[in-house]
Design a binder for this molecule. Structure first.
Ligand code: ZN
Length: 147
């Protein structure tokens, strides 16, 4: 798989120095997601306060793409309103499902734009999306718990 060097560096940097990779004990929702086709697994804890994503923490094992993607997600979404977080989530999912046709909006996706090239590799798309699916699942559960 050939990715742009700069993008590859962003992914490897997050893989080697993952952000928020330590499950917090205070959370509204806790999920466990797996990507059996690659063997990636993550646990993700989410805390939402006053409609703001207050904490996303995780632990996991798997390939560099799956682990870097969830690390970048935490950097990007913590501190955002749930509405903003969903907009970023939707943008990322659209990018991943574009088969390379959509280059992504860097002003929205920031470091997550590094995965743009991954959308051309069907086998790796689930790796990149794992953390994002876990976040969405956790956010739905968290909001159900609040109501
Ligand atoms: Zn993987």
């Amino acid at each position: 798989m050939e990715l742009d060097n700069l993008y590859q560096e962003v992914i490897l940097d997050h893989y080697k120095r993952p952000q928020n990779k330590k499950l917090a004990t205070i959370f509204d929702a806790q999920v466990h997601h797996v990507n059996p086709s690659c063997g990636d697994e993550i646990d993700l804890n989410l805390l939402i306060k006053n409609e703001v994503v207050t904490s996303i923490t995780w632990d996991g094992v798997g390939c560099s793409i799956s682990q870097a993607s969830v690390s970048i997600l935490t950097d990007l979404l913590i501190g955002k309103s749930i509405t903003e977080a969903y907009a970023i989530h939707d943008n990322f999912v659209t990018l991943m499902q574009s088969k390379g046709a959509f280059s992504g909006d860097e002003s929205v996706l920031e470091d997550a734009i590094a995965f743009a090239g991954v959308s051309k590799y069907p086998a790796r798309i689930k790796c990149a999306l794992l953390g994002w699916m876990a976040f969405k699942d956790a956010s739905v559960q968290a909001q159900a718990n609040l109501n």
